[in-house]
Design a protein around this ligand. Structure first.
Ligand code: PLP
Length: 468
């Protein structure tokens, strides 16, 4: 019998429990994390909405050479919470109104922890039948709650950027290469994604939106006809329900009709606005969702989930698998079950993002979630009302799907940027500016149900003060 080589022996002498912690220690550290998070969530109103740290200070406290020896986990947890995680935007703060907030909920956080702790995996059926079933069920609940076509199949991805581009890859596999139509209000991540997947810039048509920031279907039709006359192939229209800038909703029934007549794929980006369709007011603001050939929505925006989770739906059964399926020799023994989530996008190893969303739906129920979403719509309408009462401010675009934009009367672009920066630095609230048809404006996105009318009033009063 031949001897084991020395180096193998030495490797096997390393204790098997080298990374293990004892039960008591694990529980104590776990409770420390729970205590930290509960403290964060229950005192958040008294904390800053956003803190941007100093690079040198952060690097000094978090960096140094690669640690050769370990140090107490409890101390390291404190450093993470007090330094790294304190220096960021708190998208879950009731006065965080900038860009798109991320008001996550406690059941969703628990679901995320549980899934992580149990090394959840939703790749193959053989290796993740439970999580894969959760994903099918949860996507189905979301599809039906939003009112998409019943044949839609879903897959969960990291965010709107990845989900939208996965939709485009699927559409292109189905329709062939061709011209893609979008608007000047389409989220910029889509244009970036299109170029990254090799869509020629000269085959992207960016349509100027009308005065309500929506695609004009007549201009879309004209652009399609011009391309046909030039013997090009109109392939895909990307519409948005709930644009990031103003909450505008493209005219889906009219655009869907055009897509039908010219055999184009209709993709709808509802990354921001999609969850609003869970409540009656939101649903009535975006008719025609059932026409979407593919649809994206981000539960980590307006459905109270911690980052990250986006959902892509595709109406033609099997289209995702036809685009992404692979059956290499090393996956044959886990493949071939009910659903292979690994074959619905470019992700192979993927954690179960469905766990947190499933727990949220089950724990709150649709009615409570819809009411929480509806409150966000109402809060933007309240903000509009407060702006209208303030002589120093004027509404630029009225409240739409939780977003209102406004400006200081007689204030210029720099004044607006400065006012936003001052408020953010002050820490009371976080707001952002944007540019609408050349005009710099301020914008509130009010989708956190724990925001009070006092929070809105206090934020607008401070902004009006900083503007003058
Ligand atoms: C309408 C819209 N689409 C896409 C995205 C990109 O989503 P993510 O940041 O999750 O990648 C956003 C982000 O704000 C958005 O508002």
């Amino acid at each position: 019998m031949c001897e084991l080589p020395d180096e193998t022996r030495r490797a096997l002498d390393i204790p098997a429990d080298i990374l293990a912690l004892d039960q008591v220690q694990m529980r104590r550290l776990g409770y420390e994390v729970v205590d930290r998070v509960v403290e964060h969530l229950t005192t958040i109103r008294d904390q800053r909405a956003l803190t941007t740290g100093d690079l040198e200070m952060l690097t000094a406290q978090l960096g140094g050479p690669i640690p050769r020896e370990g140090s107490p986990i409890s101390e390291n947890l404190a450093t993470l919470a007090d330094i790294a995680l304190a220096n960021q935007q708190h998208g879950d703060h009731p006065r965080y109104f900038a860009r798109v907030p991320g008001p996550s909920s406690y059941p969703a956080i628990l679901g995320e922890w549980l899934a992580t702790g149990m090394q959840s995996v939703a790749s193959s059926w053989g290796g993740g039948s439970g999580p894969s079933t959760l994903e099918t069920i949860t996507c189905g609940w979301l599809r039906d709650g939003i009112g998409l076509a019943p044949s839609c199949e879903g897959v969960l991805l990291s965010g709107g950027s990845m989900a939208n581009i996965t939709a485009v890859i699927t559409a292109r596999a189905h329709q062939g290469q061709g011209i893609i139509y979008l608007s000047d209000q389409t989220h910029s991540s889509i244009n970036r994604g299109l170029l990254a997947i090799g869509q020629p810039a000269e085959h992207i048509r960016t349509l100027a939106t009308d005065e309500t920031f929506r695609i004009n279907p007549l201009e879309l039709q004209a652009a399609v006809q011009t391309d046909l006359e030039n013997e090009l192939h109109p392939m895909l229209v990307i519409a948005t329900v709930g644009t990031t800038n103003t909450g505008a909703v493209d005219d889906l029934p009219a655009i869907a009709k055009l897509c039908d007549s010219f055999n184009m794929w209709l993709h709808v980006d509802g990354a921001y606005g999609g969850p609003a369709a869970l409540c009656a007011r939101g649903r009535s603001a975006m008719p025609g969702l059932e026409h979407a050939d593919s649809f994206v929505t981000d539960p980590h925006k307006w459905l109270f989930q911690p980052y990250d989770i986006a959902c892509l739906f595709v109406k033609t059964p099997g289209a995702l698998e036809r685009t992404f399926a692979m059956y290499p020799e090393y996956l044959k023994d886990v493949a071939g079950g009910a659903v292979e989530m690994q074959n619905r996008s470019l992700e192979l190893t993927r954690r179960s993002r469905a766990v947190k969303l499933w727990l949220t739906f089950r724990s709150y129920g649709l009615e409570t979630l819809a009411a929480a979403v509806e409150r966000g719509i109402g809060l933007a309408e309240y903000a509009q009302y407060v702006v209208e009462q303030n002589k120093r401010l004027e509404v630029v675009t009225p409240a739409a799907l939780g977003i209102v934009t406004f400006a200081g009367v007689d204030s210029n672009a720099d004044d607006h940027m400065r006012a936003a920066a001052q408020l953010n630095e002050d820490g009371y609230a976080a707001v952002s500016s944007t540019v609408l048809k050349g005009r710099t404006v301020l914008r509130l996105c009010t989708i956190n149900p724990s925001t009070s009318t006092g929070d809105i009033g206090g934020t607008l009063a401070r902004l009006a003060h900083f503007l003058t």
